[in-house]
Design a protein. Structure first.
Length: 277
């Protein structure tokens, strides 16, 4: 019996190590390669001991100023999409949580189905509409697309968190003369803050790294960091892998640190409603 438990524990440890290696090795490889001299990046056998250099980062700053413009665009779009998605999801989640009905439940199911539609299918009918509205190559079009793309998931998450808040609080606030909006803003939202943060994590990670919508609906003014990195790969001067890995590291680090810091809220969002009491 003891041997079986030991083997089971060893198997779990091996599985965890394998998953960590599979997940973290690409990130470590990119970060380490950005600090290697160019001739050592793809050396065979690999050089694990080397003298770090920041030459690639200096060259990135000097030659690819458009990349940092893309980072600022990514930041602006991510913040805007996150705020819009949180507000829309909170309002829809509150209505869905506090009111029930056949059509309301059906609409919630429709939101879930809509979330499963591949993004490329959505872009085909949207492209002429965006051009007609004059929103092509603007920050606003990406903010609206990213927020809309996550409102369905955000609504489900917010409803799950709000279902756990006693309705007696709504009734007590209503008896004191509070409106529905006031109840949502001052009573429900603070208690559902883990849900709000969970929605924020999902939207931020998606918006910061998204490529397809940005590739189709932007060209110059609203170009995001992932698009600039793709241009580095297709540069007519050839790929400078050191600069490419430096750009990838700069683009990766902020969202990676954010996810690590907000990990418990991400887990809360994934497990919301799985337990009661």
């Amino acid at each position: 019996m003891r041997i079986e438990r030991l083997l089971a524990g060893l198997g779990k440890a091996v599985a965890v190590v394998a998953i960590l290696f599979w997940s973290l090795f690409p990130i470590l490889f990119i970060a380490m390669s950005s600090l290697k001299p160019g001739q050592d990046i793809f050396a065979v056998p690999p050089k694990w001991l080397f003298t770090p250099t920041f030459r690639h980062y200096a060259e990135l700053w000097r030659s690819w100023g458009v990349f940092f413009d893309g980072l600022m665009n990514s930041l602006l779009i991510t913040v805007g999409a996150t705020l819009l998605a949180i507000v829309a999801s909170a309002c829809a989640g509150y209505v869905s949580s506090r009111h029930s009905g056949r059509w309301l439940n059906a609409s919630l199911g429709g939101l879930i189905i809509a979330r499963l539609i591949p993004p490329i299918v959505v872009t085909l009918p949207l492209f002429p509409i965006v051009n007609w509205l004059g929103l092509n190559d603007t920050h606003l079009v990406l903010i609206l697309l990213y927020a809309t793309f996550f409102v369905s998931l955000g609504t489900v998450l917010m409803r799950t968190f709000m279902d756990q808040i006693p309705r007696e609080l709504d009734e007590a606030a209503s008896m004191d003369g509070a409106s529905r909006l006031t109840i949502l803003r001052k009573v429900i939202a603070p208690l559902a803050m883990p849900g709000v943060l969970a929605v924020a994590v999902f939207v931020i990670v998606f918006s910061w790294n998204e490529f397809l919508f940005a590739f189709i609906f932007t060209a110059t003014r609203a170009k995001t960091a992932p698009l600039v990195i793709s241009e580095m790969i297709g540069s007519i001067d050839g790929v400078d892998w050191g600069i490419l890995f430096a750009a990838a590291t700069v683009q990766l680090v902020p969202v990676l640190l954010f996810v690590v810091f907000m990990n418990r809220y991400l887990v809360a969002g994934l497990t919301a409603g799985s337990t009661k009491g």
